[in-house]
Design a protein around this ligand. Structure first.
Ligand SMILES: [Zn+2]
Length: 278
């Protein structure tokens, strides 16, 4: 079973990395292209969400000192000195360019995607069921981290990040390598009419993303929706790697807002990061 999972991940372009009990998923083609990257799990931290949880954000649901210690542990997966920056995510279509390390200190600005070409700077997005996507430009070294829940997907946050990379760094879609990380999958993520209608309004051909369940509800495939947005933006199919892992199925290794928030009143946050350098 475990071996099957590792094989399936390898085939998809991912491998597990572990350091002092902290475990994360790494996209190997991005790493080979010169980008440090990782999708965190809940393993190896100090937060009391069950035990030893690696909660990396959500300051009103955990002690700040836990979160900072967890971030320190997470960063130990990477060799050498790295700066980590993120943003205050609001399910928007707004992208922020991080121009230098001073700029990286403004990590509470509202947006849902970060782009940069600063070496040894990790840009990161926080998720618990939403889709994290990281992008690396193999030609220029620019990279991006994107947070796409259903709202961000409808708002085309991912194509907007690709467009910002073109405008800032001359990125060509054919030079991009992309990793779509663990998120609530088409197996579990049930939505209501308001979501189905929002997609239909924006994307007339979105019906294939939904599998009807009970009246007024359907399962939505956000992995596929974001993959299709990358293809439409000109990224080649072979350069798009999707982690075949559902956060709602696998609460043993990931946080799930939907599964845990109702049950325990709170949940932790995962982080997906990418930066130029190794
Ligand atoms: Zn699932």
């Amino acid at each position: 079973m475990i071996t099957d999972e590792v094989t399936e991940l390898l085939r998809a372009g991912f491998t597990w990395r572990e350091s002092d009990g902290v475990r994360a998923l790494v996209c190997t083609p991005l790493e080979q292209a010169g980008f440090a990257n990782a999708f965190s799990t809940r393993l190896g931290g100090v937060s009391p969400f069950q035990q030893d949880a690696l909660n990396l954000a959500g300051f009103n649901e955990d002690e700040a000192e836990n979160i900072y210690e967890n971030r320190r542990r997470f960063l130990r997966l990477f060799a050498g000195e790295w700066t980590l920056t993120s943003c205050w995510q609001v399910h928007s279509a707004d992208v922020r360019t991080v121009r230098d390390l001073e700029d990286a200190r403004h990590d509470t600005m509202h947006c849902d995607a970060l782009v940069t070409n600063v070496p040894r700077l990790l840009v990161g997005v926080k998720t618990a069921d939403c889709v994290p996507i990281i992008l690396g430009d193999r030609r220029t070294g620019a990279c991006a981290a994107v947070h796409a829940g259903w709202r961000g997907t409808v708002a085309s946050i991912l194509p907007r990040a690709v467009e910002r990379m073109r405008a800032e760094y001359g990125t060509r879609p054919e030079d991009l390598c992309a990793a779509i990380g663990p998120a609530a999958g088409a197996c579990c993520y049930e939505v209501g009419d308001e979501v189905i209608e929002a997609f239909a309004e924006k994307f007339p051909h979105a019906a294939h993303l939904f599998t009807p369940t009970r009246a007024g509800h359907a399962l939505v495939d956000l992995h596929r929706a974001n993959r299709e947005q990358l293809l439409a933006a000109g990224v080649s199919n072979e350069q798009i790697h999707t982690a075949p892992l559902c956060t709602m199925c696998r609460t043993d290794i990931f946080f799930s807002y939907r599964r845990e928030k109702a049950l325990h009143g709170r949940t932790g946050r995962l982080m997906a990061v990418i930066g130029l350098g190794s």
